[in-house]
Write a protein that binds this ligand. Sequence first.
Ligand SMILES: CC(C)(COP(=O)(O)OP(=O)(O)OC[C@H]1O[C@@H](n2cnc3c(N)ncnc32)[C@H](O)[C@@H]1OP(=O)(O)O)[C@@H](O)C(=O)NCCC(=O)NCCS
Length: 144
Amino acid sequence: MGIEIKIVGFNSPLYNQAVALREKLLRIPLGTRFTPEFLLQDKNNIHIVALKDGKVVGTVLAKPVDDKTVKIRQVATDYSVQGKGIGKKLMLFAEDYARSRGFERVILHARYYVVDFYKKLGYSVIGDEFVEVAMPHRLMVKKL
Ligand SMILES: CC(C)(COP(=O)(O)OP(=O)(O)OC[C@H]1O[C@@H](n2cnc3c(N)ncnc32)[C@H](O)[C@@H]1OP(=O)(O)O)[C@@H](O)C(=O)NCCC(=O)NCCS
C-alpha cells in the first residue's frame, strides 16, 4: 500500500480534506461537529497528512507550546486503513519534525481507549484522568 506522509498548508485543499477526516473520526461519533472557534486554533499548527492514491486517509497536528515542547493533536486514520501502521507512521513523522527543529518533548491528550497505542510509541501517562470533549483523557509525554 503506497502511503505518502507530508506537511500541507493551512487552508490548502488537502488541509480541507484532513479537516473533514478529523470531523468524521473525532467528532461525528460523539454526535458533535467542529465549531469555527475550535478550528481557529488550526492556524498555528503544523498539518501532517497521510495520502493514499492522492487522498487524505490520516492526519496529525503538531502545535509548538513552548521552546521545548510540541503538542500532538487530532490523531486519526480513516476506518478503511486502520491497523496498517499509518497512525504510527504519522506519529513518527511528527516526532521527527519536532526533533529536527530542536524541540525536546512531545505531549498529548489521549482518549482513554487509545492510551495503549501511545504507550507502544514510548509515551508515558502523567497525572490523573480528566475530561475533554465529554470523554476521559490522560496527559501523555515522550522525551525526544
Ligand atoms: C488511534 C488510531 C489513530 C490508530 O491508528 P492506526 O493507523 O490504526 O494505528 P497503527 O496501525 O499505526 O498501529 C500501531 C500500533 O498500535 C496498535 N494500536 C492501534 N490502535 C490501538 C488502540 N486503540 N489501542 C492499543 N493499541 C493500538 C496497533 O495494533 C499497532 O501495534 P503493533 O505496532 O504492535 O503492530 C486510529 O485507530 C483512529 O483514528 N482512531 C479513531 C480516532 C481516535 O480516537 N484518535 C485518537 C484520539 S486521542
